[in-house]
Design a protein around this ligand. Structure first.
Ligand SMILES: *Cc1c(COP(=O)(O)O)cnc(C)c1O
Length: 395
């Protein structure tokens, strides 16, 4: 039996069309794109095709796309480039709910000579824009705000933020790893300076990402060496994966509207039915400003890890908090920043769907999860206590 995979914010299946497109570059077409001979040159041309396809999805110019090894490298490169090319400015603004790729770097910089402002969110995960704009100053080198949160799916108004930030003379970067392919993006119509994305969140393989750098934005390379990527990212290209990312971008651009509506319908059904069947369950995050594929649901008074374990017996794959925090007992920094109560944060499960999910799978989860939660709650001292305090039995 195939797993019921609802953990697509952690990683996605490589699309069959993407794999097909990549295969020749593992076998007969193994040339180095930097070589002078025709054999290598044809590989170089295919990389330029991938660049154009990705630019097409983003509304960017091909020369504004730099291929990297992952979303994390793109984030690090963007922040490094802004700090390095504006050495007099010592202030950074980011949010309390960034992915570790930005959060941990920002915390490192805060301990190493930079002033860092972490913008808070409200109970629904919405960013406090006044707080952000109040802290913006002539000393701010870069503002980095994710387009969509990986845990809750909440979308931030990055285009509006970019306008204010760039008017102030600071660089605006967005980690759009979760947004690309799920929300329409048109960089020709906004002021965003830099944007990060990752192949494996988009049905391309792991180990490839990209950084968009708007023409005219000051830039400094993170990896120095050869002249690949016009000297902006040294190292021989991950040819097959770049070609895969280009194909994934093309597929996404062609099917974005219909596919996202289909995924959203499945997500909405899953969420609605689980909330109807399971008492003391609630959605984390603004339900109206969310990615179409994501729902984070708090099941109060149970342990998320225990839910995952019991779902695993039915091959249902989801996530508690983010993949990077699971394995530790700390509740996720995102849910903590939102002020989600301890007893709910611990029992929060993220389901993230993709175009490969079916209604049959959603129905299966709707059938299997309620008895799992009930069984765990019967074992949970918190739940027993809560029922006693309410002075009533739920059933
Ligand atoms: C997955 C993810 C990343 C990291 O991307 P990698 O390619 O795994 O390095 C960064 N930001 C967000 C929002 C993500 O979801």
């Amino acid at each position: 039996m195939e797993p019921i995979y609802m953990d697509n914010n952690a990683t996605t299946r490589v699309a069959p069309e993407v794999r097909e497109e990549m295969l020749p570059y593992f076998s007969e077409l193994y040339g180095n794109p930097s070589s002078m001979h025709t054999f290598g040159g044809q590989v170089g041309r295919k990389i330029e095709e991938a660049r154009a396809r990705l630019a097409g999805l983003l509304g960017a110019r091909p020369e504004e796309i730099i291929f990297t090894s992952c979303g994390t490298e793109s984030d690090s490169t963007a922040i490094w480039a802004a700090l390095h090319s504006n050495p007099d400015k010592r202030h950074i603004i980011t949010t309390k709910v960034e992915h570790p790729a930005v959060k941990n770097l920002a915390e490192y910089l805060a301990g190493n000579g930079y002033r860092v402002t972490f913008v808070p969110v409200d109970g629904q995960g919405n960013l406090d824009l006044d707080y952000l704009f109040d802290h913006l100053s002539n000393d701010t080198a870069i503002v980095s705000v994710m387009w969509a949160n990986n845990e809750t799916g909440v979308i931030f108004p990055v285009e509006e933020i970019a306008e204010r930030v760039t008017a102030q003379g600071a660089v605006f970067h967005t980690d759009a790893v979760q947004a690309v392919g799920k929300v329409p993006i048109n960089l020709a119509e906004n002021q965003i300076n830099m944007l990060s994305l990752s192949g494996h969140k988009l049905h391309a393989p792991k180990g490839v990402g990209a950084l968009y750098v708007r023409r005219g934005t000051k830039f400094a390379p993170f990896l120095m060496g050869g002249h690949q990527e016009k000297g902006r990212r040294a190292g021989t290209e991950n040819v097959a994966s770049i070609i895969g990312l280009g194909k994934a971008a093309e597929l996404s651009a062609a099917n974005m509207v219909e596919e996202n509506q289909r995924v959203k319908n499945l997500r909405d059904k899953l969420e609605k039915e689980l909330l109807a069947r399971i008492p003391k369950a609630m959605v984390n995050g603004n339900p109206d400003k969310r990615l179409p594929n994501t729902t984070s649901i708090a099941f109060e008074y149970v342990e998320g890890e225990a839910i995952l374990l019991l779902m695993d017996e039915f091959k249902i794959c989801a996530s508690s908090g983010s993949a990077c925090t699971s394995g530790s007992l700390e509740p996720s920094h995102v849910l903590r920043a939102m002020g989600v109560p301890f007893t709910a944060a611990h029992g929060s499960i993220r389901f993230s769907l993709s175009v490969y999910n079916t209604e049959k799978e959603v129905d299966f989860v709707i059938e299997k999860l309620p008895p799992i939660i009930e069984r765990l709650r019967q074992l949970s001292p918190f739940w027993v206590q809560a029922l006693k305090e309410a002075g009533a039995c739920q059933r």
